[in-house]
Design a protein around this ligand. Structure first.
Ligand SMILES: NC(=O)c1ccc[n+]([C@@H]2O[C@H](COP(=O)([O-])OP(=O)(O)OC[C@H]3O[C@@H](n4cnc5c(N)ncnc54)[C@H](OP(=O)(O)O)[C@@H]3O)[C@@H](O)[C@H]2O)c1
Length: 256
């Protein structure tokens, strides 16, 4: 799908990766609706790139419904908002489970469904881009909720991709690994095991551009060795556990 002239609704636009995605799409001529909870950050970004601001809390069902109401003339939905940072299942109250499921999984599911229904009714093509994670491919200790929501998002994305292809609606997953300089990983200051490399917010934005323009099933935004270890971990979880123990991954994730 062509970006120039397309109307794009982007969630999580106030965050580290959302800002980079918004700037890149604006630079390429998209007409943007940017959303998140932080009004001031959204308004600053909108003043810089020229975008419409819609403040919404994705854990609030009526806000999600309100965003769905804006999807009528949207050509591209980029569901980027996400939360992480739980400390493992033993210390996680039910409210936090509800919150993470609502933001990371329910909201993108509901919005993608509404987007698709409207496009099919209007007989228009469109593109859904879900921002997942390598945590949707391989599980790690202390990140069960994040893994659960991102695995779920990946399954949902790859399934609706098949449902919607006959209607001319593309669906892609952009799955970042560790992203430096901005965003949730950079902000929590975790030190990576030796030899594990990062990618930049600009690389994620480039991944979103690729998803919109070429409709690949998945775009992994990570160096080859990390992509390979995620795939091995997805195919052989028991082997992945052993490798992760040797690399001290659970100590790293417990610092979140
Ligand atoms: N950074 C990485 O290394 C990395 C790696 C893999 C995957 N990802 C994924 O990339 C996406 C963007 O992450 P990021 O690194 O940019 O994180 P971030 O800087 O923490 O930004 C998260 C974004 O989600 C929004 N958000 C959080 N809770 C929300 C809620 N209840 N309602 C509405 N919006 C909400 C935040 O906006 P407000 O707080 O203003 O509401 C913010 O715009 C996420 O899906 C994340 O899982 C990131």
């Amino acid at each position: 799908m062509q970006i120039r002239g397309s109307k794009v609704l982007l969630t999580g636009a106030s965050g580290g990766l959302g800002g980079a995605i918004a700037r890149e799409l604006a630079r390429r001529g998209a007409d943007l609706v940017i959303t998140a909870r932080s009004r001031a950050t959204l308004e600053d970004l909108a003043a810089e790139i020229g975008a419409e601001v819609e403040v919404a809390d994705l854990s609030d069902r009526s806000d999600v419904e309100r965003l769905c109401g804006l999807l009528g003339d949207v050509d591209v939905l980029v569901a980027n908002a996400g939360v992480g940072g739980e400390g493992g299942i033993l210390g996680t109250p039910t409210e936090q489970i509800d919150f993470m499921v609502d933001v990371n999984l329910r909201a993108p599911m509901v919005m993608a469904g509404e987007f698709a229904r409207r496009r099919v009714e209007a007989d228009r093509s469109g593109q859904v881009v879900m921002v997942g994670s390598l945590s949707g491919v391989v599980a790690t200790a202390n990140t069960a909720l994040y893994n659960g929501t991102k695995f779920g998002l990946r399954g949902f994305t790859l399934a609706i991709r098949q449902d919607l292809a006959p209607h001319g609606i593309g669906v892609s997953l952009v799955a970042p690994g560790f992203i430096d300089s901005a965003g949730m990983f950079a902000e929590n200051g975790i030190e990576l095991p030796k030899g594990v490399r990062t990618r930049s917010p600009g690389d994620v934005a480039a991944g979103v551009v690729k998803a919109i323009e070429s409709n690949p099933a998945e775009v992994y935004v990570a160096p080859p060795e990390l992509r390979l270890s995620a795939h091995v971990g997805g195919l052989a979880p028991a082997l992945s556990e052993v490798i992760q123990r040797r690399m001290g991954v659970s100590e790293m994730t417990s610092e979140r």
